[in-house]
Ligand binder design. Structure first.
Ligand SMILES: Nc1ncnc2c1ncn2[C@@H]1O[C@H](COP(=O)(O)OP(=O)(O)OP(=O)(O)O)[C@@H](O)[C@H]1O
Ligand code: SF4
Ligand SMILES: [Mg+2]
Length: 424
């Protein structure tokens, strides 16, 4: 399946993909949730959940979105499906500005853009039968499919691997994985163009996760779907995505095609996330000996750190990082990064060499041995689908190459003023 992914997309940012037409374009997208207090409920601050996102989603691709809890992934998903009203910026779908469309204006769009939610237990109404749940979108849109709603719902149940005879059953009669399949059937009912899946497998058992991940992948190929898949598990995102956006505190810090991101991450935060990703191929496990453990919690989105928001946890942070926000720039073709001292690339602020005092303690290297063996969804999915991990990545690909860089202790990369510290 990864080979197909490889064929479907080309260099990021160049627009020169076989089917690289832009389906969704997001510019400067913001969502600030007001904080109110006092008797008059005056606004005293705001949670800057999403604070200026720029990205696009191409027809037929899967864009993975990763980042720690609270970094604004779900808010972003709800903004682009227009379940939330943006505070600033624009959202364009098929070239049309949909940023502030009202209920009426959004109605036709609701067919084209669907969302799959994280929790298959709470997202299905327990009092409705499966037939009613999966058939609801037809009712809402006033659409009668060919052959009638019942027939179409039964067909959809079959498509997602459920027994069409279970049409009259209730959600509690199904397992978590089956419920998520029901949610997927509902999302697909109106043949959407874009499906935004927010943590579609994280509430499921690992073995079931793999089946659902593979189902999403198969459906994409059969139905030509475009996905935005949100997950905090980078191995899931690696398995399903063509391109990946890494979020930190309401911002995208790196956006690249999957292989570039895994082979050669440029943002220190991406590198730290990558270093925690299990390698599916046991024979390559020995290639990696240390992982980066970030210290401290993610700062509050109510008062994010100045300059680069990651500077309070970054082992390469210098004064410029504290004072000046790095723009998201395409430093390599298809790889956008917001960092003054990127990994695996020329330093963007070489004059700024003095590390901030906290940088030394910002990250810790831990040996593989102390980290638990992972049986993540992606690992299981790759095993089950028989894909040789790395098969799609070229002969010299090593998704963890980046973690052998400065923070991993190698001598090679040489750029960035955090080098000296992280080698110690
Ligand atoms: N309706 C809301 N009102 C106020 N703050 C909110 C609201 N929804 C989200 N937030 C805040 O916005 C920030 C981003 O939340 P969001 O749910 O988008 O994060 P996330 O990346 O999806 O996290 P997780 O991985 O835990 O799902 C958090 O600090 C959250 O508390
Ligand atoms: S080196 Fe500076 S700009 Fe880059 S991630 Fe670290 S703190 Fe941010
Ligand atoms: Mg979320």
């Amino acid at each position: 399946m990864s080979e197909n992914r490889e064929n479907r997309t080309g260099p990021v940012g160049s627009g020169e993909t076989a089917d690289g037409e832009i389906l969704l374009k997001v510019t400067g997208l913001q969502k600030h949730f007001p904080i109110r207090s006092g008797l008059l409920k005056r606004q005293t601050g705001a949670v800057r959940a999403v604070d200026g996102l720029d990205f696009e989603v191409r027809r037929g691709e899967t864009l993975g979105v990763v980042g720690e809890s609270g970094c604004g992934k779900s808010t972003m998903g709800r903004l682009i499906t227009r379940l939330l009203e943006p505070t600033g910026g624009t959202v364009e779908f098929e070239g049309k500005d949909i940023t502030h469309l009202g209920v009426g204006g959004m109605r036709p769009l609701r067919r084209d853009v669907q969302m799959i939610f994280q929790d298959p237990y709470s997202s299905l109404n327990p009092r409705h039968t499966i037939g009613t749940i999966v058939g609801a979108p037809f009712k809402l849109q006033g659409v009668t499919p060919e052959g009638g709603v019942k027939k179409e719902v039964q067909r959809l149940l079959e498509v997602v691997g459920l027994n069409p005879e279970h049409y009259n059953r209730y959600p509690h009669e199904f397992s978590g994985g089956q419920r998520q399949r029901i949610g997927i059937a509902r999302a697909l009912a109106l043949k959407p163009k874009l499906v935004v899946a927010d943590e579609p497998v994280s509430a499921l058992d690992v073995s079931i996760q793999a089946q659902v991940v593979n189902l999403l992948d198969d459906l994409q190929q059969e139905l030509g779907l475009t996905y935005v898949i949100i997950a905090h598990d980078l191995s899931v995102v690696r398995h399903v995505s063509d391109r990946i956006a890494v979020m930190y505190l309401g911002k995208i810090v790196e956006l690249a095609d999957r292989n570039s991101l895994y082979r050669s991450p440029m943002h220190p935060y991406t590198k730290a996330l990558m270093s925690a990703v299990p390698i599916p191929d046991p024979s390559r496990k020995s290639a990696k000996s240390e992982r980066i453990l970030l210290q401290g919690d993610v700062p509050s989105p109510i008062a994010p750190p100045s300059g680069c928001r990651f500077h309070t946890r970054c082992w390469k942070a210098t004064e410029v990082c504290r004072t000046t926000e790095p723009p998201l720039l395409e430093l390599r073709p298809g790889q956008r990064v917001a960092c003054h001292h990127p990994e695996n690339f020329e330093d963007q602020a070489p004059q700024d060499t003095v590390l901030l005092s906290g940088a030394k303690e910002a990250a810790e290297l831990v040996p593989d041995a102390v980290l638990e063996e992972s049986t993540s969804a992606a690992v299981v999915a790759e095993r089950e689908s028989g894909t040789e991990p790395g098969q799609d990545e070229g002969p010299d690909a090593d998704p963890d190459e980046g973690s052998e860089g400065s923070a991993g202790g190698s001598e090679g990369s040489g750029e960035g003023s955090g080098e000296a510290v992280t080698k110690e």
